[in-house]
Design a protein around this ligand. Structure first.
Ligand SMILES: Cc1cc2nc3c(=O)[nH]c(=O)nc-3n(C[C@H](O)[C@H](O)[C@H](O)COP(=O)(O)OP(=O)(O)OC[C@H]3O[C@@H](n4cnc5c(N)ncnc54)[C@H](O)[C@@H]3O)c2cc1C
Ligand code: FES
Length: 253
């Protein structure tokens, strides 16, 4: 499917927001799902890149993605202008399980892991607590506009102490979480593994979304396999990207 770029703007250095319009009436995604996206830039890079849907603006048939420039694909995307079109495949993957809103919900984001959690917060009737951690100021403030728009209670935490609390998203989660809470998280594998250990220790239920590298995004290339706790392999694109922490073999990630 083709979508038209309505806006593509740098938020802070390396972090961008892109609003896509004319998604088509049958584009119906849910929080936690992603799209494979590429522009009309020839063969460099050839493969589309997976990006989470950050906001569903159904009333206007639009979606918003928020991304960090990592390499060639995201750099090419950052150079695109309003009015140009991109190829979209999606929505793909399994969404976050709907939260039981009688329980306290904590969303834990490692920097650019925030976008799918913002989508989830935007779909909830009761406001969750969002903890967003990153190395330094820009790795957490890039998402401030979305947080303000949704009016989510938020704890910012940076490793160098340049914004919010000093520490990591997981140290902050450990200070606030209780055994009956429901945790949703997205970020680097190391952070997700720490949340899995904390969940075992404290007993809370946790669902995590992986950001593995992907080639096809539809379960064909086997490039995104991770070890299931039962010894088999699962594919982040097709079986995930969201998993219950108890599903994953964290020692062999
Ligand atoms: C389901 C899913 C949802 C995602 N959602 C978002 C999102 O909302 N916003 C966002 O900015 N990114 C998101 N990502 C990550 C994003 O897909 C990658 O950053 C992107 O594909 C990098 O492509 P590139 O061509 O810019 O970099 P490449 O040229 O492919 O790589 C540049 C450098 O980055 C490293 N790298 C590339 N991909 C990853 C990765 N996934 N994890 C760690 N290191 C990597 C490479 O090893 C290399 O060193 C998501 C990934 C998945 C699987
Ligand atoms: S990316 Fe190809 S199987 Fe998952």
């Amino acid at each position: 499917m083709k979508a038209t770029i309505k806006e593509n703007r740098e938020l802070v250095p390396r972090y961008f927001t892109m609003t896509l319009s004319e998604m088509g009436d049958d584009f119906r995604g849910e929080p936690g799902q992603f799209v494979m996206i590429r522009g009309d830039w020839g063969s460099d890079p050839l493969l589309a890149r997976p990006l989470s849907i950050c906001r569903f603006l159904h009333e206007d048939g639009q979606i918003r993605i928020v991304y960090r420039v990592m390499g060639r694909g995201t750099r090419r995307l950052s150079e695109m202008k309003a009015g140009q079109t991109v190829d979209i495949n999606g929505p793909l993957g399994n969404p976050f399980p709907r939260p039981d809103e009688s329980r306290r919900v904590l969303l834990t984001a490692g920097a650019i892991g925030a976008p799918p959690l913002i989508a989830l917060a935007g779909s909830m009737a009761v406001s969750p607590l969002l903890i967003i951690g990153g190395r330094t100021r820009n790795d957490v403030v890039f998402i401030s506009d979305e947080i303000r728009e949704l009016d989510i209670e938020t704890i910012y935490v940076t490793e160098d102490g340049s914004y919010g609390q000093k520490g990591t998203a997981v140290t902050e989660l450990a200070r606030h979480v209780g055994g009956n809470d429901l945790v949703y998280a997205c970020g680097p594998n190391r952070m997700l593994a720490e949340i899995a250990r904390l969940s075992e220790e404290i007993g809370f239920e946790a669902h995590v979304s992986f950001e593995e590298r992907m080639a096809c995004g539809i379960g064909v290339c086997l490039g995104c396999a991770v070890r299931h706790a039962n010894g088999t392999y699962v594919h982040v694109c097709k079986d995930g990207p969201v998993f219950n922490v108890t599903d994953i073999d964290w020692d062999r990630l």
